[in-house]
Design a protein around this ligand. Structure first.
Ligand SMILES: [Zn+2]
Length: 176
């Protein structure tokens, strides 16, 4: 079985703004490149899982989202960084879909696609809904203090580790 590091996007990889609707609004956090380069040297798959309800609410379209993704992947490609896959949930909170974190639909889709062992995997996020999703699948979880930094307080969470940012989270995983 494979193992994965599941990464939230906004607030973990790039600066959190209310909605990242256009490529111009997508800016990597300072240590993201270094962190991903380190994680690429491990045998974990790197999989981004991101709630994008702004699409469901009509703040931006799937086309806008794809343009943001293209910019992100271009920035990564320039640095030789590999991302194995990206899953997103376009639904509104009110739709009660099974994919919007803390629900586990995106994670289960990834598990089926890559035969991932959740118990050997990590989830890194800045919101309580991220960490809760990781807990819901039995993965190890790291809360990062960038972005929301867990201050949304929506869910009661017990992250396995709290890191200043993605780079510190990467170091923590490498030491394990
Ligand atoms: Zn959804």
């Amino acid at each position: 079985m494979a193992k994965a590091i599941f990464l939230d996007r906004d607030g973990v990889i790039n600066k959190e703004v209310q909605f990242v609707a256009r490529p111009e609004e997508f800016h990597l956090l300072p240590n993201t490149i270094e962190a991903l380069k380190l994680l690429n040297k491990t045998d974990y798959k790197l999989i981004i899982i991101t709630n994008q309800s702004g699409m469901g609410y009509g703040y931006y379209t799937e086309e806008n989202y794809n343009a943001v993704t293209d910019k992100m992947l271009k920035l990564f490609a320039e640095e030789g960084i590999r991302i194995d896959d990206i899953f997103y949930c376009p639904h509104r909170y009110e739709e009660e879909c099974n994919c919007r974190k803390p629900n586990t639909g995106m994670l289960k889709k990834a598990k089926a696609k890559y035969d991932i062992d959740f118990s050997q995997s990590w989830l890194i996020g800045d919101k309580t809904s991220d960490i809760k999703a990781g807990e819901n699948i039995g993965a190890k979880t790291i809360l990062v203090l960038t972005g929301a930094g867990g201050k949304d307080s929506r869910y009661d969470i017990k992250p396995d580790y709290v890191a200043a940012d993605l780079l510190e989270a990467a170091y923590f995983i490498l030491e394990k």
